[in-house]
Design a protein around this ligand. Structure first.
Ligand SMILES: *[C@@H]1O[C@H](CO)[C@@H](O)[C@H](O)[C@H]1NC(C)=O
Ligand SMILES: *[C@@H]1O[C@H](CO)[C@@H](O)[C@H](O)[C@H]1NC(C)=O
Ligand SMILES: *[C@@H]1O[C@H](CO)[C@@H](O)[C@H](O)[C@H]1NC(C)=O
Ligand SMILES: *[C@@H]1O[C@H](CO)[C@@H](O)[C@H](O)[C@H]1NC(C)=O
Ligand SMILES: *[C@@H]1O[C@H](CO)[C@@H](O)[C@H](O)[C@H]1NC(C)=O
Ligand SMILES: *[C@@H]1O[C@H](CO)[C@@H](O)[C@H](O)[C@H]1NC(C)=O
Length: 368
């Protein structure tokens, strides 16, 4: 009998494209393993990133190039075929900074379609870690299923000594197969830790233990490839679901970083370049200089586009302030506030309704 490694290699060689793609950028290097009916069924969507990248040597851990396909990821971890039947789709093959609205919407549509199939137990998305939290947060808000959505990546390229991608992938598939992982929203798995996509962020540019949620903590951990959860299934406060099934693009929302004596012209420049919403990464709990705030308010007065105040500190909360035009970003960091604002604007919500969407993440005491 063929070994799983030989099997998956030969399947990869014969890979066929089962779906006609409506997105011209999609790279189809699809893989499917033979079905063992007693195993769960997991679909992997590969987008690129470090997990799919190769360095010039086994000690190179930055400055490498993306390019390995989904079949190469699976080939590195034949153990996966002992725990699940796998379908693999190549959605894109880019560094995560280049993931754009068409890739996100395409992914959302494919994930929703896949999870609607009764025989599918869960999905895994492999992704570059730099913006993994953005894609996974986006999926958390737009996926319409209680089944597990697990995002995984790697901090070291596949060619590095102690590459972390293979074990992260195995753990992600394990989690996506687990009934205990249902009803927990989208999750991020790296370095044995299970985190909620809603709260988890990349905290360190280089280290393996980078994905954390300092305030809200982890959901659980994997020990000997078994997921252990700390709490029964629950959802973050005030998570809003958006239906993007008819969306073909997302509005441009820019993030402007606040600093001492910041350039007050940046808001107008962003608007002139097409921004339909602006998030600022504010000082402390969302502040910017008086000069910058006046400039932002004039852009608001002239255009009515929504302005969201987030925080440039890694953690924290931005409460509603005295400035009526500013939408309080709550616990959302700037990059997640941007995704949420894109979805709210795309959904046609006005500024008052957008304020409510953000406020939901921290309802007033007594309202729940
Ligand atoms: C998004 O990225 C893909 C892959 O690089 C590219 O083919 C596509 O044109 C991009 N879409 C937009 C709207 O820029
Ligand atoms: C199918 O999976 C079950 C459960 O892991 C295992 O016992 C069995 O040997 C597998 N069958 C084949 C043909 O691999
Ligand atoms: C996996 O899919 C096969 C084929 O559709 C099905 O027979 C099997 O029951 C599924 N496994 C689980 C755990 O649902
Ligand atoms: C898959 O499981 C079988 C039976 O337990 C075992 O003999 C084999 O070594 C496993 N393969 C891998 C790649 O883990
Ligand atoms: C999507 O478009 C179809 C066809 O126009 C429509 O029937 C459906 O209600 C729309 N769905 C959403 C969520 O807007
Ligand atoms: C914006 O409009 C409000 C309400 O009309 C006004 O009070 C405020 O002074 C204006 N701000 C700026 C900077 O023009």
């Amino acid at each position: 009998m063929a070994s799983p490694r030989m099997l998956i290699s030969s399947i990869a060689a014969l890979a066929v494209a089962p779906l006609a793609s409506s997105f011209p950028h999609m790279i189809r290097q699809d893989v499917s393993s033979p079905i063992n009916a007693s195993l769960p069924n997991v679909t992997i969507f590969a987008t690129g990133g470090t997990i799919a990248s190769q360095g010039g040597s086994n000690t190179q851990t930055i400055g490498y190039s993306v390019g390995l396909g989904v079949e190469a990821l699976l080939d590195a971890v034949p153990e996966i075929l002992n725990i699940s039947n796998i379908n693999g789709y190549q959605v894109s093959n880019v560094d995560s900074g280049s993931v754009n609205a068409s890739i996100l919407l395409d992914l959302a549509s494919q994930v929703n379609t896949e999870l609607a199939k009764p025989e599918i137990n869960g999905v895994v998305i492999t992704h570059g870690t730099d913006t993994l939290e953005e894609t996974c947060f986006f999926l958390d808000l737009v996926v319409d299923s209680s089944k597990p959505v697990v995002c995984a990546g790697a901090m070291r390229p596949a060619t590095a000594l102690s590459a972390d991608g293979p074990l992260n992938l195995l753990q992600a598939v394990t989690l996506a197969s687990s009934p205990n992982a249902r009803n927990r929203g989208a999750m991020i798995v790296l370095n044995d830790r299970i985190g909620s996509a809603f709260y988890t962020t990349k905290n360190n540019a280089n280290t393996m233990d980078t994905f954390t949620s300092t305030e809200m903590g982890q959901l659980g951990t994997l020990i000997n490839q078994v997921p252990y959860f700390y709490f029964s299934p629950s959802q973050p406060m005030g998570k809003t679901h958006f239906n993007v099934c008819n969306a073909t693009s997302l509005p441009q929302v820019d993030i402007i970083y606040a600093y001492q004596d910041m350039d007050a012209e940046l808001f107008q420049s962003a608007y002139d370049a097409g921004a339909e919403g602006i998030v600022w990464a504010g000082l402390g709990s969302g502040g910017i200089s008086t000069k910058a705030q006046d400039a932002a308010e004039s852009v608001y007065n002239a255009t009515g586009i929504p302005f969201v105040a987030s925080h440039r500190s890694a953690d924290g909360f931005v409460p509603e302030g005295s400035q009526d035009f500013v939408i309080a970003g709550g616990f959302y960091n700037p990059q997640k506030a941007r995704i949420l604002l894109q979805l709210a604007v795309a959904d046609g919500r006005d500024n008052e309704a957008i304020k409510d969407v953000f406020a939901l993440s921290c309802p007033a005491p007594g309202s729940y």
